[in-house]
Design a protein around this ligand. Sequence first.
Ligand code: AMP
Length: 189
Amino acid sequence: MTRMILIGPPGAGKGTQAKHIAERLNIPHISTGEIFRRNITEGTELGVRAKSYIDKGEYVPDSVTNPMVEARLAAPDTENGFLLDGYPRTVAQARVLHEALASMGSELDLVLEIDADLDEVVKRMLHRAELEHRPDDTEDVIRHRLEVYTELTEPMATYYEEHDLLRRVDGNGTIEEVTARIDQILDEL
Ligand code: AMP
């Protein structure tokens, strides 16, 4: 049973590593970015509400994001744990998550932060833009997303550090190298 969240700047390799972690621990991988993108593709009301923010590299408002995550965490497949990828992203969301879990009688076990050099993440995201054609992967939007990360999400890492939940892992290097570093941490669970 592991309830964990994965944080790190855009382009640090969260999505790739999240898939590995979820498989290894046999827990569902819940990516808020993916849920938003699916809703946008399907043209749902949630997708319509989220799209303009995502296209600009801004965070979707909590009034949209928090209920979406709470509904997802209420699904039966999270009973043996979960890996949240991309949520929470602010101290305010972290507090909401804490309350939501507490009301279900549970709490987080681990917050894993993947760190990577800024130059490296910009390079990786521009490469991904060529492959995936995500509308929020243009150079201007990428730079803005990094600024938003520094301003709003880095303080959340400090919040979790203060709550003794944070483990940091070096996200520079190849996918395999980063996976090996993460596996070392998971071995200790
Ligand atoms: P990601 O796939 O995690 O990079 O997320 C893509 C985009 O979805 C972000 O740049 C935000 O616009 C939006 N998003 C994802 N998760 C959240 C969240 N927890 N709070 C607000 N916006 C989010």
